[in-house]
Design a protein around this ligand. Structure first.
Ligand SMILES: Nc1ncnc2c1ncn2[C@@H]1O[C@H](COP(=O)(O)OP(=O)(O)OP(=O)(O)O)[C@@H](O)[C@H]1O
Ligand SMILES: [Mg+2]
Length: 369
C-alpha cells in the first residue's frame, strides 16, 4: 500500500516508501512538493482536493502516471487527515498497484472470448458445410457437361477452387473448435516427424530452405495420435517455410527432457476446465517429456504479435486463415502437452512442443476424473 499525506494546500506532508516506489521515485524525496505533481492522475480530475477531504471516500480505479511517464493502474482511496483535536488537516491518499489484477482479468477475458469464439465458429462452420457441398457437387456436374475448351469452363473452375478453399477453412474451424479425440497409441514420434519432413521436402527445396533433423536415440515412445501429430508438424513446418520466403534453414529436433510442464488438469481445452486451475500450475513438479522443436532462421515474430498467434484467425499472410497454430494448440492440449513459441525478430522462431511420456498425462478423455 502506498500512503501519501497531503496538506490542505495540496503539498505532500509525508509518504511511505511503498508510495515512492509505486510512483517511480527511489525514495521519499518529494516531501513539500505539489501533490498533484507527485500523484499524477490525468483522468481522475481534482484528485486530492484543496482544503482537504472532509469524509472518507470509496475506492476508485485510476490511472496514475509515474515519474518516468509510465501509466499505472491504481486502486485509490481518499481519507480525511485530521489533527488529534479532530480538525481537518488535509487528505490521506491510500493506493495499491492493480497491474497484476488487470493482467489476470485480461487473461480470463481472453479465455472466455476464445471459448465462445470456438463455439460460435463451430456452429457456423457446421451450417456452411452442407450448402458448400451442394455448390461443389453442382459445379462438378456443370464442369463435366461442358465441352473441353468451352470458355465458360474457367468460371466453373473458379467456383470449384473457391469452394475447395472455403471447405479447407470450414474443416479448419471444426478442427479448432472440436478436435477429434486423439487415438492414442504408444509409439515413437519419429515416424510422424519423418513423414512430415518427406511431405514438405520438395517445397523446401524449391524455396531454398535447408532442412536439418536431429533425432536423439534415447527418445522414448509416448502416447500420441500419429495423424494428429503429423498435422501439427506439417502446420509448423509450413509456417516456417512460409516465413523463409527468401530461403534459410529449418532445424527440427526430437529429444527426451525433464520439464515442469503445467499439470494436465490445467490444460483442458475448454475454458471451464482451465479457469480456476491454471493459476495453480505455477509450481508444477518436473515430468518426463518428449520435446519436439521446429526452429527457423526467418524474420521472427514481433512481440506484439506473439501474444496473438495462437488466436484463431490471427494471420499476417494474405492467403492464411490464421487457424494453423490454433489447431496445433488444440491438438497438443488434447494430448496433455504444451506448445510454446520462442521468437526473436531478425533471428528466427522456435516452436517447442512438450508431450508427456506418462500416459495419464496424455489420455485426459479416458481419465475417470
Ligand atoms: N515460423 C514463423 N515465423 C514467423 N512468423 C510465424 C511463424 N509461424 C507463425 N507465424 C505467424 O503467426 C501467424 C499465425 O500462424 P498460423 O499458422 O496460425 O496461421 P497462418 O499460417 O497465417 O494461416 P494458416 O496456417 O491457416 O494457413 C502467421 O500468419 C505468422 O504471422
Ligand atoms: Mg500456418
Amino acid at each position: 500500500m502506498g500512503v501519501l499525506a497531503v496538506s490542505r494546500e495540496g503539498r505532500v506532508l509525508a509518504a511511505n516508501p511503498a508510495a515512492a516506489r509505486l510512483l517511480g521515485y527511489d525514495n521519499v524525496s518529494f516531501i513539500g512538493e505539489d501533490a498533484a505533481r507527485v500523484l499524477r492522475v490525468p483522468r481522475g480530475g481534482g484528485l486530492v482536493p484543496h482544503g482537504g477531504t472532509a469524509a472518507p471516500g470509496g475506492t476508485h480505479e485510476v490511472e496514475a502516471v509515474t515519474k518516468s511517464g509510465d501509466v499505472l493502474p491504481l486502486a485509490l482511496r481518499l481519507l480525511p487527515l485530521e489533527t488529534l483535536q479532530g480538525d481537518l488537516h488535509g487528505t490521506v491518499a491510500v493506493f495499491h498497484d492493480l497491474r497484476e489484477q488487470k493482467s489476470r482479468e485480461e487473461q480470463w477475458r481472453r479465455r472466455d472470448r476464445l471459448a465462445s469464439l470456438g463455439a460460435l465458429s463451430a456452429g457456423v462452420a457446421h451450417e456452411i458445410r452442407n450448402p458448400l457441398a451442394g455448390i461443389g457437387t453442382s459445379a462438378q456436374i456443370l464442369r463435366r457437361r461442358l465441352e473441353t475448351g468451352d470458355p465458360r469452363g474457367q468460371f466453373v473452375d473458379l467456383i470449384l477452387e473457391e469452394a475447395a478453399r472455403l471447405d479447407r477453412i470450414v474443416e479448419g474451424l471444426l478442427q479448432f473448435a472440436r478436435p477429434d479425440t486423439p487415438q492414442l497409441k504408444r509409439q515413437s514420434v519419429v515416424p510422424s516427424l519423418d513423414k512430415a519432413l518427406t511431405l514438405v521436402h520438395e517445397l523446401a527445396v524449391r524455396q531454398d530452405v535447408l532442412l536439418h533433423v536431429e533425432r536423439a536415440a534415447d527418445t522414448p515412445p509416448i502416447f500420441v495420435d500419429h495423424d494428429q501429430l503429423l498435422q501439427v508438424l506439417l502446420n509448423l513446418l509450413m509456417n516456417a517455410i512460409q516465413a523463409l520466403a527468401k530461403g534459410g534453414e529449418i532445424r527440427v529436433s526430437v529429444r527426451a527432457a525433464r520439464k515442469a510442464v503445467p499439470a494436465r488438469s490445467a490444460l483442458g481445452r475448454r475454458a471451464t476446465d482451465r479457469l480456476e486451475r491454471v493459476e495453480r500450475a505455477g509450481g508444477a513438479p518436473p515430468i518426463d517429456v518428449v520435446e519436439i522443436r521446429v526452429q527457423d532462421n526467418g524474420p521472427g515474430i514481433p512481440a506484439a504479435d506473439q501474444a496473438r498467434i495462437f488466436d484463431p484467425f490471427f494471420t499476417t499472410r494474405s492467403q492464411g486463415t490464421g487457424l494453423g497454430l490454433s489447431i496445433c494448440q488444440s491438438i497438443i492440449r488434447e494430448h496433455g502437452g504444451t506448445i510454446t513459441i520462442d521468437s526473436v525478430v531478425g533471428q528466427g522462431t522456435a516452436v517447442i512442443i512438450d508431450l508427456p511420456v506418462e500416459k495419464r498425462h496424455g489420455d485426459r478423455r479416458r481419465d475417470p476424473r
